[in-house]
Each structure stands twice: as C-alpha cells, then as structure tokens.
Design a protein around this ligand. Structure first.
Ligand SMILES: [Fe+2]
Length: 147
C-alpha cells in the first residue's frame, strides 16, 4: 500500500507537520505568547515520542532489519527528552529557554527528515500489520491525552 493509505505513517506525518508549524509559530510569536506555544509543543512531542518509542519503533525495528538506523533514531529521541527535561527547569522568559527551545526545533526537524526520508520508506515495504498497530496507537494516544 502507498504511504498515503498507511494509517500509522499518515498520522506520524500529520503530527510532524503540526509540530514543525508550532515551532515556526513560536519564532514569530510575542514573548507573552511563546510560553503557551512552548508548552503545547512539548506536550505534543512527549505524546508523539511515547507512541513511537513504545509501539511504532519496536514494530518497525522488527520489520526493517536496520538496527543502525533505529539506534540512531532512538538516540535522537533521547536528546529530545534531555532538552525537554532541561526546558522544564527553566522559566520561559529566560534567554537560555529560547535558545534551548530553538535547538530542540532544529533537532526535531532533522529527526523528522530522517524518519520521513529513510525510516518510513523502508517501513512501508516491510511486513507490518499496520491496521493492528494503528488500533494500538490510537488506544494509547487516548490514554496519554486523558492523563
Ligand atoms: Fe521520532
């Protein structure tokens, strides 16, 4: 099936688009609005990362036989979590916050490029039960949004 009819990859790509748009919005926003935008972005990223790490990456790792690619993706997720943990300790008004948040945006952009450019095309060709995975992902997403 083409990527466009793959429910999981389609959802991930829509999430990526959304996150990239809010990072861009942050850069344009007034300092007063940046705080709320940053919080939304962090929440979106945490849910997205949890779904990938807990359900989607394990399925893809099994399907594509490219541990190097998957290990690198995991390290990038690790860095995302490190930056988010550090951001949570800062006040959004601090200069370091903006710098760190901007670096987080660059890291996410790079990571998305690798996922969409390398990982997803390989995953698309692999034997993965996308429908079953999608059901699990949606259930987990609802739990996370409710928490
Ligand atoms: Fe990811």
């Amino acid at each position: 099936m083409p990527t466009s009819s793959n429910p999981v990859l389609t959802m991930l790509k829509a999430d990526h688009k959304k996150v990239k748009a809010i990072f861009a919005e942050y850069q344009e926003a007034t300092p007063g609005k940046q705080q709320g935008i940053a919080q939304t972005t962090i929440q979106e990223l945490e849910i997205h990362a949890e779904l990938e790490e807990g359900l989607i990456y394990p399925a893809i790792r099994e399907g594509i036989d490219d541990d190097e690619l998957m290990n690198e993706a995991n390290e990038e997720h690790h860095l995302v979590h490190v930056l988010i943990a550090e951001l949570k300790k800062l006040k959004p008004s601090e200069d370091t916050f903006k710098a760190k948040f901007t670096v987080l945006g660059e890291l996410v952009k790079h990571h998305v490029k690798e996922e969409e450019g390398e990982m997803f095309p390989q995953a698309q060709k692999a034997k993965i039960d996308w429908e079953a995975l999608q059901t699990e992902v949606m259930e987990r997403k609802e739990q996370l949004l409710a928490a």
